[in-house]
Design a protein around this ligand. Sequence first.
Ligand code: ATP
Ligand code: MG
Length: 412
Amino acid sequence: MKMSRMGVKPEKMPPKDAETVNHKLLVQAGFVRQLMAGVYTYLPFGLRVLRNIEKIIREEMDAIGGEEILMPMLHPAEIWKKTGGWESIDVLFKLKSRTDRDYALGQSQEEVVTPTMKEFIKSYRDLPKMPYHIQWKFRDELRSKSGIMRGREFLMKDMYSFHLDQTDFDRFYAIAKAAYLKVFSRMGLDAKVTEASGGSFSEKISYEFEVLTDAGEVNILYCGSCEFCANVDDLSQYKEGDKCPKCGESKLKPSVAAEVGNVFDLGHKYSRAFDLKVATSTGESIYPVMGCYGIGVSRTMGVIVEKFHDDKGIIWPKNVAPFTVHLIDIKQGDRAQQIYQLLQDNGIEVLWDDRDINAGIKFSDADLIGCPWRVVVSEKNVSANEIEVKTRQNNEPEMMKVESFISKLKSD
Ligand code: ATP
Ligand code: MG
């Protein structure tokens, strides 16, 4: 992508009203724009990052048997009345049509997926089933000051599972938990899994996936020696300084964290509400056990920025970066064009700053935008056909042949 063609350029200063790092940097670097508190436009750079995050999630959900669908955002009130959510869920956005009918904007999709799957799940032979989708959600959140980490409109991956019995559910629950850890580690995030706790849905077991960051809203206690982690907002049997109940090695440390995902055992709540029953092998008619599995796609993008930045800008982990290479030419248009082409022909995603502006601005914008590699094409070493290469974190550039750089990226 050429920067001159985008119509989106990095700003000199972050927005004045921004309270969090992700909000400041994402707006300043040209990834997003805020329409109102908790509602954002994703500009070309931002959309690329969102798509990269989605891709990782999609691959890992498909790998454990998930089947991608796309459910609507506009829901009839009746399905929410059926489960009691119409009255009990305070964040549910409600609206009326011209003909005085009531509707809700999807804040989650159990009420849609359960009656839909009822058509396809009739007997034990149809189980298990794991439909998922990646769709915008709407929630009437009171506080939306954490940039894209708490949206009133936000992108979520939500998977739902249907199982014949608790044993099969437990088997899949463990698989989903492992897949979640893989998703976050592919994005460069170290997610801690909170000890099982009952969720708001029922007394069933849930796990939260927490990333340590001051920009988060969850108070946790964790062990420095093993993976033990507990949400202290609803699990108050632990306190700071306690010996780790799991390994006994270290004392529990407090931290603030952001919840990037969670998984819930829904039990029979929704299958019962929508009377989704299956025939067992012995001919009995029973309610399947359901689970739900959420990941905050847009929140995760914000968390990544909170974790990976310095005073110059964002430092994207390579798997989610908007581009692998940020190409800067210093009055070397033709040669830069050739290198831009060559890198792209080799499947490398390149952002070319071809703007006719001061080189200093190009350098500071490259740091702000935060692509993993910076390549400078200047008069230096034209005869040796070399380029200047540097990673975003490293301050020492090195000269290299274009071909060697391409092989290095391919083997990375
Ligand atoms: P929170 O406690 O942060 O409000 P939640 O428990 O309400 O989260 P879920 O309903 O389980 O969240 O949604 C699944 C995932 O969607 C969460 O783990 C989180 O990553 C993300 N999420 C929830 N609410 C928001 C929001 N307002 N903005 C952005 N992401 C969100
Ligand atoms: Mg919430």
